[in-house]
Design a protein around this ligand. Structure first.
Ligand code: NAI
Ligand code: MG
Length: 493
């Protein structure tokens, strides 16, 4: 095993100032994979200062978008070259099945290519003329990199979540300090290595592994950060917003969800079952946009539940590296206990556990769980309202469109939602009525780098991906010029 016990700061691999480290675990066997450097405030300070120097004095922000695109494409190529190794590393660190990890790593490379294209395009419209009513003046609006960005990311899509922030930040001309989750730090360190080999100038990307309280908090509090991008839980998002408030840092937050999926009577039952499963079992349900609340129209309710249980029964659970496995272990002991607790709570609250929610008979070690299906879930129950972040689906019947929409929107979250019907007019109408940042029609979860991603309500602030992702890292400046030869004539006539 290659060693992962150094931090990547200012283009160099360095030991953490206090010499600490932590273990990262393979959740399929609960064994330690390796020890990883634990950064503390001193290391964060060095990383932020390196990023600041790279931004103030280095070539990166001064380069054209086309020049930056060359490096971004080299990073994409480096990721693709190592796709298999990176995917296997992701499986060991996170637990997800290999086909999903391969998909993630492919998407990660695609994200760097996409923002390489946008960096190039930005050269053509970095400055736009502004039409002014007063013709004595002319004005332009100009986009400039925001400065030094901090990124704090979660463990569910480790390398992909890094790319969603690193690629647009670098494309914009920003310099960045990235802190991956302590549960899945390995592929972020690989990304640093790939970026280094791709010729990214020193200090432009710094990767510091560490715990949330020891490394994440000092990063979000550091006065040298202009922009903070976070994906993770609502409680941590709240803390980050509070610490960002002191220096009025620009923030973007992508937080949790309890996303609804409305299924009308006229839907094809097999398609409905497939998309329900993809919506909540993919990545073990550890997906911020997972459609964890399913509303099924009355006539379809019983037959659909029957079919859902049949299909779920045949899902192959095991080590993500094993051929044919479609559900791996949950990421950690903590997450496993949290999900088991939620399942117990659901039973106490009077929901019917139709299937699953227990340790599979043939898995002694590892954080494995049979996917859980709850029916007749009370609307006021905790499991209907709160994010579980595991393979646990809650299902309820509904009678008409108005009831479905009311129930779907009755949430403090608003990240995603889905609707299924053969009546496209109805599906489109419901899609427009859903209070969520991402709405899927006749599917759930497919995510595209080109389209905006982010939530309404407590699911977050701002949008990632697409041109919105790039704008996250750009300031807008106006330059206004007095063109008239006439004196201004206010004080001096
Ligand atoms: P978390 O939100 O605490 O962790 C996400 C990132 O924030 C990690 O890199 C962590 O080190 C960092 N962090 C933690 N405390 C921090 C602080 N005070 N200041 C700055 N950074 C800090 O999520 P965690 O603990 O991994 O999982 C807790 C729950 O959050 C999960 O059980 C799940 O329900 C939910 N979650 C939601 C995600 C989403 O994408 N919506 C992603 C991950 C977790
Ligand atoms: Mg791990």
């Amino acid at each position: 095993m290659k060693s992962y016990d150094l931090l990547y700061i200012d283009g160099q691999w360095v030991s953490p100032a206090e010499g600490g480290s932590f273990e990262t675990i393979d959740p399929s066997n609960e064994c330690v994979i390796t020890r990883v450097a634990a950064a503390t405030a001193q290391d964060i300070d060095l990383a932020v200062k390196a990023a600041r120097r790279a931004f103030d004095d280095g070539p990166w922000p001064q380069m054209t978008g086309a020049e930056r695109a060359i490096v971004l494409r080299r990073i994409a190529a480096g990721i693709r070259e190592r796709q298999q190794t990176l995917a296997e590393l992701e499986v060991r660190d996170n637990g997800k099945p290999l086909p999903e990890a391969l998909w993630d790593i492919g998407d990660t490379a695609g994200c760097f290519d996409f923002y390489a294209d946008l960096a190039e395009e930005l050269d053509g419209h970095r400055e736009q003329p502004i039409a002014l009513a007063d013709e004595r003046f002319s004005s332009i609006a100009r986009k400039e990199p925001m400065g030094v960005a901090g990124a704090i990311i979660p463990w569910n899509f480790p390398m992909l979540m890094a790319a969603w922030k690193v690629a647009p930040a670098l494309a914009a001309g920003c310099c960045m300090v990235l802190k991956p989750s302590e549960l899945t730090p390995l592929t972020a360190l690989e990304l640093a290595d790939i970026a280094h080999q791709a010729g990214l100038p020193a200090g432009v990307l710094n990767v510091v592994t560490g715990l949330g309280s020891e490394a994440g908090a000092p990063l979000s509090e550091h006065p040298g950060i202009d922009k903070l991008a976070f994906t993770g839980s609502v409680p941590t998002g709240t803390k980050i917003m509070q610490s960002a408030a002191r220096d009025i840092k620009n923030i973007s937050l992508e937080l949790g969800g309890k996303s609804p999926f409305i299924i009308f009577n006229d839907s094809d039952i097999e398609a409905a079952v497939e998309w329900i499963m993809f919506g909540i079992f993919w990545n073990q349900g550890e997906v911020c946009s997972a459609t964890s609340r399913v509303l099924v129209q009355r006539d379809l309710y019983e037959p659909l539940l029957k079919r859902l249980v049949e299909q779920t029964r045949s899902l192959s659970i095991g080590n993500g590296l094993k051929e044919g496995v479609l559900l791996g272990p949950l990421v950690s002991r903590g997450q496993y206990d949290k999900v088991l607790e939620a399942i117990a709570k659901g039973q106490e609250e009077g929901a019917t556990l139709l299937y699953g929610g227990t340790r599979p008979a043939d898995c002694e070690k590892g954080y494995f769980l049979t996917p859980a299906i709850f029916a007749d879930v009370p609307e006021e129950s905790w499991i209907w309202k709160e994010e579980i972040f595991g393979p646990v689906v809650c299902v309820r019947p509904f009678d008409d469109e108005a009831e479905a929409l009311r129930s779907a929107n009755d949430s403090r979250f608003g990240l995603a939602a889905a609707v299924m019907s053969r009546d496209l007019q109805r599906a489109e109408r419901v899609a427009r009525g859903l209070r969520a940042g991402i709405v899927w029609v006749n599917c759930s979860q497919p995510t595209f780098t080109e389209a905006p991603w982010g939530g309404y309500k407590q699911s977050g602030i701002g949008r990632e991906l697409g041109e919105w992702g790039l704008n996250n890292y750009l300031e807008t400046k106006q330059i206004t010029r007095y063109d008239s030869q006439q004196p201004w004539g206010w004080y001096i006539k």
